[in-house]
Design a protein around this ligand. Structure first.
Ligand code: M6R
Length: 371
C-alpha cells in the first residue's frame, strides 16, 4: 500500500524518520546514552582489521562506515565491492573480521564473499534488512536494520537504516576498543538520537526540490561531488539518479575533479555539490568554485551558513538548505544520514519528471541473486 504517495519510493523516502528511529532504538539506550550492541555479536575489542563488503547502495553505506570505524574506533577497514572481493586473493589474517551489508540478504556476490571470508577463518557478520535471509543464516552474527519491507527497486530507507546501524556499530567499536571516552559516547549517542528529527526537517524540502529536479531532468549528464563521508554519498546520489531517471551521472571525490572530470564541465552538465559544514567544507567549496569559474552550473547542498559562505563565490544554479547539524566531529556522523534525503528526492523528482517507471526501473531487479 502506497498510502498517500504516488510511488513506493516516495513512501519509503518519507518513512525514514520513523524507521531510522526504530533502528536507532535497537542499538542505543536513550536514557543512559550508551550503545547497546546485541549479545553474540563481534567482539570489536579483539579485532585488528575489518573487511567490509557489499554491492550497490549497500556498498556505499559500507564505505561511509569505513570513515566512521576509522574515526571513532581507530579500526583499520578495507572496503570493496563484493564482486571484486570474492575474486581477489585476499590475504585474510587471523584476528580479522568481515562485515557484509545487504538489504535483501540474498545478493549472490555478497553472499559468496561472506562464505569465502568465513572459510578463510574470519569472524563474519551481516547487516541485513531481512532477518530470515540466507546471509543472516550464514553469518556468525547479524545486525538487523529494521527498515521494514522495501518495495521500490531504488534503495532509500534501507540505506539510511544501514547507515544508522553502522553508526551505532562504529561507536560501539570505539567504546570496546577504549578509543571513545564515556563523555564522547554520550555526545555521539545524543547526536544520533536527534537523527529522526533532522530527517523529518530535511523531508520538508520535498516541494522545493521538485523544481530543481525538473530542471535537472533535461540534462544528459550530472556530476555529484563530495569529500570524506560525502564522497560515497555523491556516488550513491549518482547511482540513484541513473537507475531511476536513466540520466548518466557520476559521483566523484571533489579533490579528483582536476585529475580528469573537470574537462566535462560546461553549462549543460549540472554539478551537485554535497558540502556539509565539516572540516572539509572549505575544500569542497573551493572545488565548486573551480567548476563555476569554468561556466559550470552548480547546486550546493549545505546548511544556511554554508550556503551563505559559498554565495560569496558567485551565482549558484541551485541552493538546497539542509538543517544545520552540530559542529565538528558530529557533523561527519550525522551528515550522510541527513544529506541522503535531498539526494534521494532529487533523483525521485527527476525520474517523475521524465515519466520513467520509478518503482520498477528497466533492466533492474530488487534482489540480484545471480552473478
Ligand atoms: O539487497 P542488497 O542490499 O544486497 O542489494 C544490493 C544492490 O543490488 C542494491 O543496493 C542496488 O544497488 C539498489 N538498486 C540501489 O538502489
Amino acid at each position: 500500500d502506497k498510502g498517500e504517495h504516488r510511488h513506493f519510493m516516495a513512501k519509503e523516502i518519507h518513512e525514514q524518520p520513523e524507521v531510522v528511529g526504530h533502528t536507532i532504538s535497537a542499538y542505543l539506550d536513550p536514557v543512559a546514552r550508551r550503545v547497546t550492541l546485541p549479545e553474540g555479536g563481534l567482539d570489536f575489542g579483539r579485532i585488528d582489521k575489518l573487511t567490509l563488503s557489499a554491492c550497490g547502495t549497500a556498498y556505499y553505506a559500507g564505505l561511509i562506515a569505513k570513515y566512521w570505524f576509522e574515526t571513532y574506533a581507530k579500526l583499520p577497514v578495507e572496503a570493496d565491492i563484493a564482486s571484486e572481493l570474492r575474486y581477489r586473493d585476499v590475504p585474510y589474517m587471523p584476528g580479522g573480521a568481515a562485515l557484509f551489508v545487504s538489504q535483501s540478504g540474498e545478493t549472490a556476490d555478497t553472499l559468496a564473499a561472506l562464505k569465502d571470508a568465513k572459510a578463510a577463518g574470519q569472524q563474519t557478520c551481516a547487516v541485513v534488512n531481512v532477518p530470515e535471509s540466507t546471509m543472516a543464516r550464514e553469518a556468525d552474527a547479524i545486525y538487523p536494520t529494521h527498515a521494514g519491507p522495501e518495495i521500490g527497486v531504488a534503495s532509500t530507507k534501507a540505506f539510511t537504516c544501514q547507515l544508522a546501524t553502522l553508526a551505532c556499530l562504529a561507536i560501539g567499536a570505539g567504546v570496546a576498543r577504549g578509543v571513545l571516552s564515556r563523555e564522547e559516547e554520550e555526545r555521539l549517542v545524543g547526536a544520533l538520537l536527534e537523527v529522526p528529527r533532522h530527517l523529518a526537517e530535511a523531508l520538508a524540502m520535498d516541494e522545493a526540490l521538485r523544481d530543481l529536479a525538473h530542471e535537472m531532468s533535461g540534462a544528459r549528464d550530472v556530476l555529484y561531488l563530495g569529500r570524506g563521508v560525502s564522497f560515497p554519498l555523491a556516488m550513491e546520489g549518482a547511482l540513484k539518479l541513473k537507475e531511476i531517471s536513466y540520466i548518466h551521472a557520476e559521483g566523484y571525490a571533489a579533490g579528483e575533479l582536476k585529475h580528469g572530470p573537470i574537462a566535462l564541465i560546461d553549462e549543460a552538465v549540472p554539478v551537485i555539490v554535497l558540502a556539509p559544514k565539516d572540516a572539509l567544507f572549505e575544500k569542497t567549496v573551493s572545488n565548486m568554485q573551480e567548476v563555476m569559474a569554468r561556466g559550470g552550473k552548480c547546486c550546493l547542498i549545505s546548511d544556511e551558513a554554508g550556503l551563505a559562505e559559498a554565495a560569496r563565490g558567485g551565482e549558484l544554479w541551485g541552493r538546497v538548505p539542509v538543517p544545520s547539524l552540530p559542529e565538528g566531529r558530529l557533523t561527519g556522523l550525522l551528515a550522510p544520514l541527513i544529506y541522503a534525503v535531498p539526494v534521494q528526492l532529487l533523483a525521485y523528482h527527476a525520474a517523475v519528471a521524465k515519466g520513467t517507471d520509478v518503482d520498477q526501473p528497466r533492466n533492474l531487479a530488487k534482489s540480484v541473486t545471480v552473478e
